[in-house]
Write a protein that binds this ligand. Structure first.
Ligand SMILES: Cc1cc2nc3c(=O)[nH]c(=O)nc-3n(C[C@H](O)[C@H](O)[C@H](O)COP(=O)(O)OP(=O)(O)OC[C@H]3O[C@@H](n4cnc5c(N)ncnc54)[C@H](O)[C@@H]3O)c2cc1C
Length: 426
């Protein structure tokens, strides 16, 4: 197939998916959130103030405290738009502050619930059932970032075991995503072996449990400084004889890393098992961190610095993954209609059926795409974070940053960018 034919096919697929997006009016609350996000993305100072506010919400003692923080952060913003002016005025009296505190607490909670399904897997079950009923698969992510002590790692592992039991009993296709840094406090770049050794027994126990209940265990990928240790740990454990015939397991490949192709070579040379390894292809969620970290240390920047380069490597890795079947099962995780339509077109070009590739989206960000993919009969899995608001703050801030970044596909689409341009080759 020529490039021109492929691009025409991608355009047709993308247009068709876009026409299956739910109408905005069906999601009034989302439209409101989007307005707030618009406001934030248009003004860097306001965005910074709101992020700082979201960060301190869990530590606030009461509504008055919350309102003081909000007006404090907002007072640093020059040229307030009208809604912010009104908020600042309310901060002048105790009654005003209480009302403002209540409104902002409700706002943050509402925003968090867009991304976080429930406090526990059990609380989240009704929402999961709604999705399962519509043929949408889920992966549960138990929120809890950077574990500092062994006791925290143990508690996190126990929550994962409880979730495996609950999902094993309720879900036909139970799937849990875990982060290795939540399972050990010792995963540090300068002593990777110690972190691996500390995490290994907990990850092994989770693999054993997943096998028992027939669940899939997915290992998320975090920043580059832990990538090698995480990949080695998972591949070593999966090579152990007891895991030859299960469970299903998976890793993540981040296309914003210049050397992501080399990691794919390593993974493809890994252990052959009865269950092909699921490889979730993403662009990567730690872009700002990787750039700042490298510059601070005087290292060359490991991620691409032009967005189109990440998009292009994502597309070539998509093809490599599709071609590597049945050794691996590709899961294309993106909210970018071009990246997704490209994967659909390439999958068809290779003669595979549409349901031989899985698409994955994040709850709260990829809802429209999830609905469109499900409506067109594609296999789609939604990654659903579960946990309390405090544990969810780091997650929430990352998602908000992602959604308000000027180079985000979602923001461009929301702002009405031309569909043909959005679907053009990167
Ligand atoms: C189901 C699921 C699971 C996920 N799991 C993980 C995970 O384990 N680990 C992880 O890191 N991420 C994970 N992600 C997050 C994922 O990396 C982000 O959602 C993704 O980067 C956004 O990409 P997009 O294709 O949806 O959007 P797009 O808007 O097309 O791409 C945005 C991305 O492009 C890249 N980018 C932005 N600016 C630049 C620039 N100037 N130069 C180069 N690249 C740039 C960044 O990666 C940014 O996130 C997951 C996402 C999903 C949907």
């Amino acid at each position: 197939m020529s490039h021109a034919d492929l691009d025409a096919e991608i355009l047709a697929i993308g247009r068709d998916l876009a026409s299956a997006f739910p109408k905005a009016s069906r999601r009034p609350l989302k439209a409101l959130d989007d307005k707030a996000m618009d406001l934030a993305s248009a003004d860097a100072d306001l965005k910074a103030a709101l992020f700082r506010f979201v960060d301190v919400v869990p530590a606030c003692r009461n509504l008055d405290d919350l309102a003081r923080h909000l007006t404090g952060f907002l007072s640093e913003v020059e040229d307030h738009p009208p809604p912010i002016k009104a908020a600042m005025k309310m901060g002048n009296s105790k009654a005003g502050r209480t009302a403002l505190g209540a409104a902002s607490a409700a706002g943050v909670k509402h925003m968090a619930h867009r991304f976080i399904v429930g406090e526990t897997p059990k609380d989240a079950l009704p929402a999961f059932r709604q999705l399962w009923k519509r043929g949408i698969l889920t992966s549960v992510d138990l929120l809890g970032e950077a574990t500092i002590t062994s006791a925290e790692a143990e508690r996190y592992a126990q929550r994962c075991h409880d979730a495996l039991d609950q999902l094993g009993a309720a879900d036909k296709d139970p799937n849990l995503s875990v982060k290795i840094t939540a399972l050990t406090p010792l995963l540090k770049p300068d002593a990777p072996e110690r972190g691996k050794q500390d995490a290994a027994p907990r990850v092994r126990a989770l693999l054993q449990h997943a096998k028992e209940v027939g669940a899939h265990l997915h290992i998320d990928m975090e920043s580059l400084d832990t990538r090698e240790a995480v990949t080695d740990l998972v591949l070593e454990l999966l090579a152990e004889p007891e895991f030859q015939d299960g469970p299903s397991a998976g890793v993540v490949l981040q296309a914003y890393l210049r050397d992501a192709g080399d990691l794919l070579d390593t993974i493809l040379a890994g252990p052959r098992r009865e269950h092909p390894l699921v490889i979730r292809l993403v662009k990567g969620a730690y872009w700002d961190h990787e750039v700042v970290d490298a510059r601070q240390h005087g290292w060359s920047v490991p991620v691409f610095e032009e967005k189109a380069e990440s998009d292009r490597l994502f597309e070539s890795l998509t093809v490599r993954l599709l071609e590597a079947r049945p050794l691996v099962k590709p899961a294309i995780a993106s909210h970018n209609l071009r990246s997704v339509s490209h994967a659909i077109a390439q999958n068809r070009r290779l003669g595979a059926a549409d349901d031989e590739v899985e698409f994955q989206v994040l709850r709260g960000l990829g809802d429209d795409l999830q609905d469109a993919l499900a409506a067109r009969g594609f296999k789609v899995r939604t990654y659903c974070p579960v946990g309390d608001l405090v544990a969810g703050m780091a997650y929430l801030v990352r998602r908000l940053l992602e959604n308000t970044s000027n180079e985000s596909f979602l923001l461009e689409m929301q702002n009405g960018a031309d569909l043909e341009r959005l679907l053009a080759a990167p």
